[in-house]
Design a protein around this ligand. Structure first.
Ligand SMILES: NC(=O)c1ccc[n+]([C@@H]2O[C@H](COP(=O)([O-])OP(=O)(O)OC[C@H]3O[C@@H](n4cnc5c(N)ncnc54)[C@H](O)[C@@H]3O)[C@@H](O)[C@H]2O)c1
Length: 254
């Protein structure tokens, strides 16, 4: 893509204080978009914003727990007041939830995981579409997972939430396709981020096992997922909507 192809555009990334969200926020900034960096981790979010400014980019940081309707509304009030428009949104914030079989999944774990991974995407999408639909333009990219397209033992709430994100993506894509708003999901395989460090306890042996599950023989880098988000938001993907696209080193091919 050409340098600064998103000049004068505004992008929102939730969960942008670390991992895939941070890489995506930086990816938007490199293309010239103004970036609304949002997260619950204020220190990490401000660090992402500082990295954007180091690149010569522009943006703001806005705190929001995506599982809270009030905080999502406040985020969009800030976004509207600051920029008055929204061109791209990456609904990325997510948690892995507890690693337990279904019968041992507590209601607390279920509600928290669904609350962030699914309700959070829905709360944000409603407000994003409110801005994009009248403009008859915009692109939403929801961060699902390979767990949105296949089962993974011992992650019932996570897998349910990520499948639901794919369903929500397809439905909204059908509703808005006719007016120029595109909505897709990305389904990453294992990507080396703080989330995976938590899941493996940072144990090099377990990290190696994760990498070995990838047909390409390694985990993905956050930037490789960010590149897919940027492509989906670009005009190069103008015929792509309602898709759940694996970016997974080949895992789902097997
Ligand atoms: N890393 C992987 O292997 C992988 C694979 C498939 C899908 N994903 C998905 O990609 C997304 C990003 O994952 P990651 O690996 O970068 O995770 P991460 O834990 O490294 O980063 C997630 C970010 O989301 C933020 N966050 C958590 N709860 C939040 C909330 N309630 N409101 C707002 N922000 C919140 C965290 O503070 C953090 O900055 C998630 O949706 C995850 O499910 C990751």
């Amino acid at each position: 893509m050409s340098e600064k192809s998103f000049q004068d555009k505004v992008a929102l990334v939730t969960g942008a204080a670390a991992g895939i969200g941070r890489a995506t926020a930086l990816g938007f900034a490199k293309e010239g978009a103004k970036v609304v960096v949002s997260d619950v981790d204020d220190a990490g979010g401000e660090e992402t914003l500082a990295m954007i400014r180091e690149l010569g980019g522009e943006g703001i940081y806005a705190h929001a727990d995506v599982s809270s309707l009030e905080q999502v509304d406040a985020l969009f009030d800030t976004l509207k007041k600051t920029y008055g428009r929204l061109d791209f949104a990456c609904n990325n914030a997510g948690i892995e939830g507890a690693h337990v079989p279904t019968a041992d999944c507590t209601l607390e774990n279920w509600d928290r995981t669904i609350g962030i991974n699914l309700n959070g995407v829905f709360y944000c999408m409603r407000r994003e579409l409110e801005l994009m639909a009248p403009a008859k333009s915009g692109v939403i990219v929801n961060m699902s997972s390979i767990a949105g397209l296949k089962g993974l033992a011992n992650m019932p709430a996570y897998v349910a939430s990520k499948h639901a994100v794919v369903g929500l993506t397809k439905t909204a894509a059908l509703e808005y396709a006719g007016i120029g708003v595109r909505i897709n999901a990305i389904c990453p395989g294992g990507v080396a981020t703080p989330m995976v460090e938590r899941m493996t306890g940072g144990d090099p042996e377990i990290m190696a096992q994760y990498a070995a599950m990838e047909p390409v023989g390694r985990m993905g880098r956050p930037e490789e997922i960010a590149d897919a988000v940027i492509w989906l938001c670009s005009d190069k993907a103008s015929f792509v909507t309602g898709s759940a696209i694996p970016v997974d080193g080949g895992v789902l091919a097997g």
